[in-house]
Write a protein of this length. Structure first.
Length: 321
């Protein structure tokens, strides 16, 4: 099981960053004005929006697709922008108001170079799971959400777990897609090993070359995957190593992996036989396994997963402030 969890968080999902320099990812006044409506003919409104986080000043990009009484917030995985949910865009358009978020460091959100997390005196951004959770809250607050259905892929459920601890009760239902948390051991020797491995992994990820990234991408998105997904994964190869390693380091922190006492309905989709793990982290969940398609099961098996997800969420509309 530890090997399975490390697969989700050490290698976790492929990035699909836009192919541009980091400074080009920071929206300016001109880009904000041009990015209001992206699909004029769609039955549900499509909006590209931005919000500035009060404490950090970082700008977070998110996309709203659809309208309806139910609010859903989709959280991507490690290094993924919101387009990892491409196969959910159209299905949910006429069913719910769906908010897809580019977490800090990805997509069209701000992506400043981080400071090293190994030096406590270093100053600069840190891509912690607390930062990610605050980004989600900034979006929810701007859109006037009092509650919502949280959907998380890969690292996404970890972000939502931290969010639940900071803002309990806002997540009314939880959908977990091939991800979760990995609680730290209580045994002192095992704890120290986890601590040492975390630092070693960070230093290694800073120096991942193209061949390493291609190997990982091939493992998570196996040959024979849909052509659009294979093309999609290629953006991982140019993802900034400092942001990649920093985010991974913080996603493996002890605080980010604390167990949460969830008191909401939970739906779990996994790419392998992880029912025991899911029952430990998410007691009372509804569990589905979709194997043989790699890590991005919401892409490969969308025709099966989307209807199951909708049946799970459709009976509880979100509330506004």
């Amino acid at each position: 099981m530890k090997t399975f969890i490390k697969l989700l968080f050490f290698m976790a999902c492929m990035a699909i960053m836009v192919d541009c320099e980091k400074e080009e990812l920071i929206p300016n006044d001109s880009s904000l004005k041009k990015a209001t409506i992206v699909n004029h003919d769609a039955p549900g409104l499509d909006h590209e929006r931005f919000v500035t986080m009060k404490e950090t000043g970082l700008t977070v990009h998110y996309r709203i697709i659809g309208k309806g009484p139910i609010d859903m917030i989709f959280i991507p995985g490690w290094t993924n922008p919101l387009t990892v949910y491409t196969k959910q865009f159209e299905y949910f358009r006429d069913k719910a108001r769906c908010i897809y978020i580019d977490l800090p460091g990805t997509g069209m959100s701000n992506a400043p170079s981080p400071a090293t997390p190994l030096n406590p005196e270093a100053t600069g951004p840190q891509y912690t799971m607390e930062l990610m959770a605050e980004a989600v809250y900034a979006v929810a607050k701007k859109e006037g959400l009092h509650s919502f259905v949280g959907v998380g892929f890969s690292m996404g459920p970890c972000v939502l777990s931290v969010f639940e601890r900071h803002y309990p009760g806002m997540i009314e239902k939880l959908v977990v897609i091939d991800g979760g948390i990995d609680p730290w051991p209580t045994d002192p020797v095992e704890w120290q090993t986890r601590y040492d491995n975390r630092e070693a992994n960070y230093l290694e990820q800073l120096n991942w070359d193209l061949a390493t990234k291609q190997f990982l991408a091939g493992f998570l998105v196996p040959p024979g995957s849909p052509d659009d997904l294979l093309e999609f994964v290629e953006y991982f190869y140019t993802f900034p190593s400092d942001i990649l390693a920093n985010t991974s380091y913080h996603s493996d922190s002890e605080s980010a992996n604390e167990l949460v006492e969830w008191n909401v309905p939970i739906l779990c989709f996994f790419s392998g036989p992880a029912m025991d793990y899911a029952n430990m982290i998410y007691p009372g969940n509804q569990f589905y396994e979709f194997s043989g398609g790699g890590h991005c099961i919401q892409w490969v098996f969308h025709e099966d997963i989307n209807p199951i997800m909708w049946e799970f969420v459709k009976d509880r509309p979100g509330k506004k402030y």
